[in-house]
Design a protein around this ligand. Structure first.
Ligand code: FES
Ligand code: FES
Length: 156
């Protein structure tokens, strides 16, 4: 089996996995990470989202071999020195989770969206997140949290 060096949240991790194994399985099964979640496995729901080279990607359909030379960021690495990322804080403050299974996808896709467009309008946020799913119906609180985080991140 090939060995890959993955740059995850700023640390190099070595994994022996089949080239076509989805990155999601490598993160959860080999590296025991808790952030990305298996939802649909078909790039449809967003629960497995990570940020690769600055863009939100669906790790359930991303072969591990294709990200060996990339910078991968995950929910697990957002907290720094005991401080939550502003997006995480906004989700807590706005109560933007019910079961929480989808939360990884919303947070990671929102961060990528705002890092690429810090002044995203409300409509751009709604459109940019339109392919992330929440079966609990938490979308209103989630959008409130993302807009709050946008305003906080702009001040930082
Ligand atoms: S599990 Fe990857 S998009 Fe649903
Ligand atoms: S909070 Fe349950 S699926 Fe979104």
């Amino acid at each position: 089996m090939p060995t890959y060096q993955l740059n995850i949240d700023g640390a190099i991790k070595s994994v022996d996995v089949p080239a076509d194994q989805p990155l999601l399985y490598t993160l959860t099964d080999q590296l025991k990470m808790k952030g990305p979640k298996f939802g649909c496995g078909l790039a449809q729901c967003g629960s497995c989202t990570v940020i690769v080279n600055g863009n939100a990607v669906r790790s359930c359909v991303m072969p591990t071999s294709t990200v060996a030379n990339s910078k991968i960021r995950t929910l697990d690495g957002l907290e720094k020195n005991g401080q939550l990322h502003p997006m995480q804080t906004a989700f807590v403050e706005e109560g933007a989770a019910q079961c929480g299974y989808c939360t990884n996808g919303w947070i990671m896709q929102s961060i990528a969206l705002l890092e690429n467009n810090p002044k995203a309008s409300d409509d751009q946020i709604i459109n940019g997140l339109s392919n992330v799913q929440c079966r609990c119906g938490t979308q209103i609180a989630i959008l409130r949290a993302v807009k709050k985080a946008r305003d906080q991140m702009a001040k930082a």
